[in-house]
Design a protein. Structure first.
Length: 250
């Protein structure tokens, strides 16, 4: 998508996109890689191994895990936050740490707030990606309260600003600068992260590719080994993971 339209084209409260309604698809399915790395690096468990992927996401766990889980998630989506609250602990403790399942989060930009949130969420690199993601989900109520008080004039100020300043201005309006400060990210660093339009554009292009391939209707949407599954909550997703693991014999 054109850079100049990135924030202007995304409404601030497009909550209608916050659900999982995509039908299962076999498009783009790939066989999981061989489990060539059975043990984590010495002195670490797999949940501490985080790498950036070619699809603009971040993967936690064994990159050669027999089952590969991907979430397309929105940092401003209550359903994504609900999954994070109920599902992340058992997912990490019971599946990612063992090296049998890897978990990748790919940002899905539903609105302008997601752009600011995604860029702030990368401020601490791979090591800080998942802690910041969890913290942003927990911070949602404060963001929603500020979004509700945003005026037309404030929105116009974002739209009229230079493209590399839009995310910073919006972040200040809806609370992400306060969030960043609370997470130990100084303002100058936050400003630099929020001016990273190449990364925002990269995520936007990934979203367009994923939408064309998987016909994603909402968030969270989960892929297991490249196939969309119906699960939204943890119990259903865990059942799908167990079934996928059973097929691999892991």
């Amino acid at each position: 998508m054109p850079r100049r339209l990135l924030l202007a084209a995304l409404p601030l409260a497009a909550l209608a996109g916050c659900h999982q309604a995509a039908a299962p698809s076999n498009q783009g399915a790939t066989a999981p890689p061989a489990n060539v790395a059975a043990t984590a690096p010495e002195g670490r468990d797999w949940s501490t191994v985080v790498t950036r992927t070619v699809d603009s996401g971040y993967r936690m766990g064994n990159p050669a895990a027999p089952v590969q889980l991907v979430e397309f998630g929105s940092r401003t989506c209550p359903h994504c936050a609900a999954f994070a609250a109920s599902g992340m602990k058992p997912l990490v403790e019971n599946y990612v740490r063992t090296g049998k399942v890897s978990y990748e989060f790919r940002d899905w930009l539903r609105d302008g707030g997601d752009v600011s949130a995604a860029l702030i969420g990368r401020c601490k690199g791979a090591e800080g990606f998942f802690p910041l993601l969890a913290a942003e989900f927990a911070y949602q109520p404060k963001i929603f309260a500020k979004e509700a008080s945003q005026t037309k004039a404030m929105a116009e100020a974002v739209a009229k600003a230079p493209e590399n300043q839009q995310a910073y201005i919006l972040a200040g309006q809806i609370g992400y600068l306060d969030f960043a400060k609370a997470q130990g990210i100084p303002d100058d660093q936050a400003r630099k992260c929020l001016a990273d339009m190449p990364t925002a554009e990269e995520i936007g292009k990934m979203n367009a590719r994923a939408d064309a391939e998987y016909k994603l209707d909402g968030t969270p949407t989960f892929l297991i080994d490249g196939k969309v599954v119906d699960a939204v909550g943890w119990p259903e997703l865990e059942a799908d993971l167990k079934a996928a693991l059973a097929k691999t014999g892991a």
